[in-house]
Design a protein around this ligand. Structure first.
Ligand code: ADP
Length: 374
């Protein structure tokens, strides 16, 4: 139901709209009424009619001319800036984001100053706002493209650097063997062993690179329900070899029932577990321990991997999930790390709408945890 108050509001709105749309007609009518009143005494119809017609034509002409003028001014104002941000065909221009960003920024600043002189022109403000929004959006896109380009270059540089190290080591071992060491029974196996270890490292690095590129391209998950405790036990069994070599205990403390099924891509979650356990093994000293735990949480299961290892300094914690980031570069490389393990973990969990959390203390140990829906 329309109340009295809303009715008044509606009427007010309609009057306002009428006055805005018909302001020129109202002016014409006023002029005509005044002319009729002044001429009525002469008592001749013809001059009245002539006066009405002439005043109507004059006012209409004035109105049209002012409209054309303001239209011209508007189009001239925006054409100038539109031409400045128009894309060009030159291919040299393609990657020059820095220069483009400076140019668009200058246009936005200049428009801020020059627009004040035109603000009274009918319809200018609306056009200015739209044009300004488009220009700002273009600036955002250019900034994003620039960041993407910097990241891509940095990534390529890192990949080249990481590949070069094992390739160089393999090359050196093979050259030494070819130069005669192959006939020296005291060193030949040593050099061969080095070449084999480095080629394994090369393979791991390439596997990790393939994983990360698939994940970043938006890998499709194949989700199903499975017992998380069973998957953890299976992974622990597969990794028992590397753990026993270092005399580290690796165990599962399950608080959730074995019948608790999570909804996720089991292959990818196994990859997460392998990467986390593998890191714990690498950075835990002999006789240390690694404990995996599953706990029931709100509509999900909390999975944690905790070790009694070297720990991660507080200042490095925010960066460990970045590609190729290593806390201790030589230590990690010596242990065969690609620097991509945690980045892969983060990507996989993000595809599951989950997040990896870390808590660590130097020389005491590290705990990683994440949740999966049940
Ligand atoms: P990497 O292949 O070098 O291990 P990751 O991405 O898996 O690369 O890990 C990044 C860095 O985080 C490692 O270089 C290491 O310094 C640190 N890190 C990861 N997990 C642990 C852990 N459990 N204990 C101590 N440091 C760790």
């Amino acid at each position: 139901m329309v109340t009295g108050l809303t009715q008044i509001k509606l009427i007010k709105m309609n009057i306002k709209r009428f006055l805005t749309v018909n302001k020129y007609i109202i002016i014409i009518l006023l002029v005509e009424i005044i002319s009729i009143l002044t001429l009525i005494n002469i008592n001749t119809t013809l001059p009245i009619l002539i006066f009405i017609t002439v005043s109507y034509i004059v006012i209409s002409l004035l109105f049209t001319v002012s409209n054309i003028n303001s239209g011209n001014i508007k189009s001239r104002y925006f054409e100038k800036y539109a031409a400045d941000i128009k894309p060009r065909d030159e291919t040299i221009d393609l990657n020059n984001y820095e220069e483009k960003i400076i140019k668009v920024n200058a246009i936005i600043e200049e428009m801020k100053i020059t627009s004040d002189d035109y603000i009274n022109i009918h319809g200018f403000s609306e056009l200015y706002d739209s044009f300004n929004n488009i220009t700002k959006r273009l600036l955002n896109e250019l900034n994003a493209a620039k960041i993407f380009k910097v990241n891509r270059n940095e990534f390529l540089g890192n990949v080249a650097h990481e590949l070069r190290t094992p390739i160089f080591a393999i090359q050196l071992s093979l050259e030494t063997l070819a130069d005669g060491a192959v006939n020296d029974p005291e060193v030949n196996l040593n050099f061969l062993g080095k070449a084999v270890r480095q080629s394994n490292r090369l393979k791991e690095l390439v596997d990790d690179l393939i994983s990360i590129s698939k994940l970043e391209a938006g890998m499709k998950l194949s989700k199903r329900y499975f017992s998380i405790n069973n998957l953890i036990r299976e992974t622990i069994n597969e990794l028992s070899g590397i753990v026993s070599n270092k005399k580290i205990t690796l165990s599962l403390e399950n608080e959730t029932s074995d019948n608790t099924h999570v909804f996720a891509d089991s292959e990818r979650i196994k990859q997460v577990l392998i990467n986390l356990i593998d890191n714990s093994v690498k950075y835990t000293l002999e006789n240390g321990s690694i404990i995996l735990k599953t706990t029931d949480s709100d509509k999900c299961v909390l999975i944690s991997v905790e070790d009694t290892g070297l720990g991660i300094p507080k200042e490095d914690l925010p960066r460990i999930f970045e590609r190729f980031y290593r806390v201790d570069k030589t230590r990690s490389r010596d242990m065969g790390g690609s620097g991509l393990g945690l980045s892969i973990v983060k990507h996989i969990l993000e595809l599951h709408n989950s997040q990896i959390k870390v808590d660590s203390e130097t020389d005491r140990g590290t705990k990683f945890e994440f949740t999966l829906p049940v």
